[in-house]
Design a protein around this ligand. Structure first.
Ligand code: PLP
Length: 401
């Protein structure tokens, strides 16, 4: 793992939440934007403001290239994937509309839809197998009559299960149903063809696989979809008019943009181009495979394996041990960061049969090494051996005393 901060943990395996550490160039770009540029983009005509605007435009161009979006102006910056998904769902759906989602969705889809269902939006959940794979025959049936929207997550944040997006997108396109793809876990890891797949809308975070800082999300809306914005305000354009500009991205980007965040994100995307999307994905999937085979040898460990794996996120539980306790011991005794519980995705846990306690999720990233994965596996083995001998929590306290 790169990075030399005082706070450095032995092993960070929580990259599905947010990438850490980021490439050095990301930190440098954030600092440069704050210290050397400093001005607000798109607001004034002085040199620093022009430089700030150029940073934002270059970021849009890089993201458009990575995600197969033909015009940089169709790349909308938000504050995270959650905001992007909220704009998409709340802008597009009206009372009486039917929306079809999968049984693996994150709360960023489930909760806005719960709110919309209170005003008459009908939410239909297409079940997934117990490993998280979308049931295509039920999905096909749910498209007749065509719903107003299909919204699915590309890969699960719980176990990395990858959905057959091109197939789903083709079915949706045949029926002229817009597809909203949640690419929070896959952007920067899996190839994404926003226009090639004819997606209606696409949402992702800038701080996960795209390696940027927190505080920036991405939204794409197909030009033929008239999706109202959730906020209006200053855009730096057409200031003489009281109505919000309707052109993209101004329609959705009110208020001062997060220049340091966007600059850092552009550096993260540069890093992906340099290292190669395929190399990053292969590295993460290889580490996931090592994790799964190591875990499979441990008695009492249940792995929530996907049929098709899209990311490095591996979820497991340990017989008669609470996931939260395992996570706490890994943190306090072995200095390993994992995530435990429901990972903001109770629906996915219901599908995987992991309610009510959820799972322990280990998610390697581009910077995770084989040695770190081996250290995690050895640490878990030690933890389980201690448990077989007695109470690992008591043992941990004795050693800390
Ligand atoms: N969708 C999925 C599948 C996620 O994993 C996450 C975050 O973990 C989100 C949406 C929300 O992303 P953000 O925290 O950037 O809003």
């Amino acid at each position: 793992m790169e990075g030399t901060g005082e706070n450095k943990m032995a092993v960070y395996l929580d990259n599905a939440a947010t990438t850490h550490p980021r490439p050095k160039a990301v930190y440098q770009a954030v600092l440069h934007a704050l210290e050397e540029v400093g001005a607000s983009p798109g607001r004034a005509s002085h040199r620093l403001a022009r430089e700030a605007s150029a940073i934002v435009m270059r970021a849009r161009e890089k993201i458009a290239r990575l995600l197969d979006i033909s015009g940089p102006n169709r790349v909308i910056f938000t504050k995270n994937a959650t905001e992007s998904i909220n704009i998409a769902l709340k802008g597009w759906l009206r009372p009486g509309d039917r929306v079809v989602i999968s049984g693996m969705e994150h709360n960023s889809v489930v909760r806005p839809l719960r709110r919309l269902s209170e005003s008459g939006v009908i939410v239909e959940i297409v079940p997934c197998s117990s490993s998280g794979q979308l049931d295509m025959s039920i999905l096909r049936r749910s498209l007749d009559p065509p719903p107003r929207l299909v919204a699915i997550t590309h890969a699960s944040n719980v176990n990395g299960a990858l959905q057959p997006v091109s197939e789903v997108a083709a079915l949706c396109a045949e029926r002229s149903v817009p597809l909203l793809l949640d690419g929070a876990q896959t952007a920067g890891v899996q190839p994404i063809f926003v226009e090639g797949w004819k997606l209606g809308m696409f949402a992702c975070s800038g701080h996960k696989g795209l390696l940027g800082p927190p505080g920036v999300g991405i939204l794409y809306i197909r030009p033929d979809l008239d999706v109202p914005a959730l906020m209006e305000g200053g855009t730096g354009s057409r200031s003489e008019e009281a109505v919000q500009p309707q052109c993209c991205p101004d329609r959705y980007e009110s208020g001062t943009p997060n220049l340091p965040g966007i600059a850092g994100l552009a550096a993260g995307v540069d890093f992906i181009f340099e290292r190669g999307l395929d190399a990053i994905r292969e590295h993460e999937l290889k580490l996931a495979e090592i994790l799964e085979s190591g875990l499979a040898e441990m008695p009492g460990v249940k792995i929530y394996r996907p049929e098709a794996r899209g990311t490095g996120a591996v979820s497991f539980t340990v017989d008669r041990l609470n996931p939260g306790d395992v996570g706490a011991i890994l943190d306090e005794t072995f200095d390993i960061a994992v995530r435990t519980g429901l990972h903001c995705a109770p629906l996915a846990h219901e599908t995987l049969g992991a309610l009510p306690e959820g799972t322990i999720r280990v998610s390697p990233g581009y910077a995770t090494t084989r040695e770190e994965v081996d250290y995690f596996l050895r640490s878990l083995e030690t933890l389980l051996a201690l448990r077989r001998r007695g109470d690992p929590k008591r043992d941990k306290k004795d050693r800390n005393a």
